[in-house]
Design a protein around this ligand. Structure first.
Ligand SMILES: Nc1ncnc2c1ncn2[C@@H]1O[C@H](COP(=O)(O)OP(=O)(O)OP(=O)(O)O)[C@@H](O)[C@H]1O
Length: 252
């Protein structure tokens, strides 16, 4: 999936109280890239991902996904697009206790009325990729935290979609999950965009885009040495500074 963001802007609230969450952002993400979005608290990371995932509509600009202009689509088309093309990993994982592991993983396909054959095929593929077949019949309650993250990742990936993990993970589980994400990114050519505050997490990305005050500040590309890239990310975080932790509307 190729993502082209052209001059998008997004305000929240009205007039004097408006927050200019995204001011003017243009960005290109090629199919198969693993892009980290970093920046101080309130910089606009979540807003940017909300716009790309079509949870929000931009006030200006265009977002092209594989050449299709999201801003021109109806809500119903966007909902379908989100279900089919996007995967999300949230901090709480949102796994359903009433379903077992396999049922949780295949849920997006079941909701989409996919055929039994397709469901089985995708499920077996993920089993192989993530090495989770022995967990299939287990109940969610019996899983460790790391295993829950893995299952949440598998569910997010069952459509072979894009991933947006949000929230912080404990470092051990994060490492496991990041390794899987990197593996899937490389093996499946899945496009991944991930917002994070954490330089270690970001060091798994192929590129990190830094945003500040709703605009792109800079970006760095991973040359392949994760330790070096980690240092570069830390340095850029220092350069960009802590930013505003409190939201003061402009033009007040
Ligand atoms: N629904 C909303 N209504 C009003 N303001 C909002 C809304 N969503 C985000 N904002 C504001 O837009 C700005 C950007 O927020 P956003 O959540 O995108 O930042 P972020 O970089 O993800 O921050 P953090 O790292 O703290 O999660 C902030 O000033 C935030 O308060």
């Amino acid at each position: 999936m190729q993502i082209i963001v052209e001059n998008i802007a997004k305000d929240y609230g009205k007039k004097r109280n408006a927050v200019h969450a995204i001011k003017d952002v243009s960005l290109e993400v090629s199919a198969g890239e693993f892009v980290g979005i970093m920046g101080p608290s309130g910089a606009g990371k979540t807003s940017l991902l909300d716009l790309i995932s079509s949870n929000e509509r931009p006030d200006h600009g265009r977002i092209l996904i594989d050449g299709i202009d999201l801003t021109k689509q109806h809500d119903r088309t966007l909902a379908k697009y989100r279900r089919n093309k996007m995967g999300f990993i949230y901090q709480s994982f949102e796994l359903l206790d009433s379903l077992n592991v396999k049922e949780n993983i295949i849920l997006p396909l079941v909701l989409n009325h996919a055929s039994k054959n397709l469901i089985e095929q995708r499920f077996q593929h993920l089993n192989q990729l993530l090495n989770i077949s022995e967990l299939a019949d287990r109940s969610i309650d019996d899983l460790s935290l790391g295993q829950r993250q893995l299952i949440a990742a598998a569910r997010a990936l069952i459509n072979s979609p894009e991933i947006e993990p949000t929230g912080s993970l404990d470092s051990n589980s994060a490492t496991i999950l990041l390794n899987y994400m990197q593996l899937i990114n490389q093996k499946e050519n899945t496009t991944i965009m991930m917002a994070t505050h954490d330089a270690f997490t970001a060091s798994y990305c192929s590129r990190v885009v830094f945003i500040k005050d709703g605009a792109i500040f800079s970006e760095i590309v991973n040359s392949g040495q994760r330790e070096d890239f980690f240092e570069q990310v830390i340095n850029m975080q220092r350069t960009i500074g802590g930013g505003s932790y409190f939201n003061v509307p402009e033009n007040n």
